[in-house]
Design a protein around this ligand. Structure first.
Ligand SMILES: CC(C)(COP(=O)(O)OP(=O)(O)OC[C@H]1O[C@@H](n2cnc3c(N)ncnc32)[C@H](O)[C@@H]1OP(=O)(O)O)[C@@H](O)C(=O)NCCC(=O)NCCS
Length: 167
């Protein structure tokens, strides 16, 4: 029995993929800086996503320029309804800030966005991809586990240092 998430069709043309499902149509395309306002609004409205100064327009502009072809948005009903940031440092891919607008969840959009990013990384020769999930984001963790992602190690901390410091 077909379900709501089953694709009726999908077409790849130019730089985007169009999906037709039983309940909606959407496209996935590369994220551009002109998407910033809509994507930033989506991040701000979404539980489990932590925003900081690295999510300013300027910083995201730097990120997109450096990671061209790895970051994607999904668009439906004339607006951006989902997004993912992805990039790599030559060894590992890093996927961040995956969000799907609440009304558009459960339709396979996150799965399709992840597939685009992983496929772009694979073409670049990157063998593995990491993501970060807040400990308290229980649903997010369940999602990644359902998608086959595994906790790499739980015995280390991510440590950080600002690049700008008083000299
Ligand atoms: C997590 C999130 C991105 C999922 O988006 P989505 O478009 O609804 O996901 P999809 O429809 O592509 O689902 C893909 C699969 O994951 C499953 N899934 C979706 N949400 C899930 C959850 N919370 N727990 C377990 N499985 C989940 C779906 O059932 C589907 O399974 P199937 O394809 O094997 O049948 C979305 O709920 C969201 O934006 N959450 C808030 C932000 C967040 O937590 N982001 C991820 C961590 S940074």
């Amino acid at each position: 029995m077909p379900n709501n998430r089953m694709d009726i069709g999908r077409w790849r043309g130019g730089s985007c993929v169009a999906f037709v499902t039983r309940t909606m149509n959407y496209i996935i395309r590369k994220m551009a800086i002109s998407d910033y306002d809509e994507v930033r609004r989506l991040w701000g409205q979404t539980e489990g996503i932590e925003i900081d100064e690295s999510d300013s327009r300027e910083s995201i502009g730097i990120y997109l320029k450096r990671n061209q072809g790895f970051c994607f948005v999904a668009c439906a009903d004339d607006s951006v309804v989902a997004a993912v940031l992805c990039g790599h440092e030559g060894r590992r891919g890093i996927l961040r800030h995956l969000v799907v607008k609440r009304e558009y969840r459960g339709k396979g959009i996150a799965r399709a966005l992840i597939a685009e990013s992983l496929s772009a990384l694979e073409k670049e020769g990157i063998k593995k991809c990491n993501t970060f999930v807040l400990d308290e984001n229980i649903e997010g963790r369940r999602f990644w586990e359902h998608m086959g992602w595994y906790v790499l190690r739980d015995n280390y901390r991510t440590m950080q240092m600002p690049t700008f410091r008083d000299k």
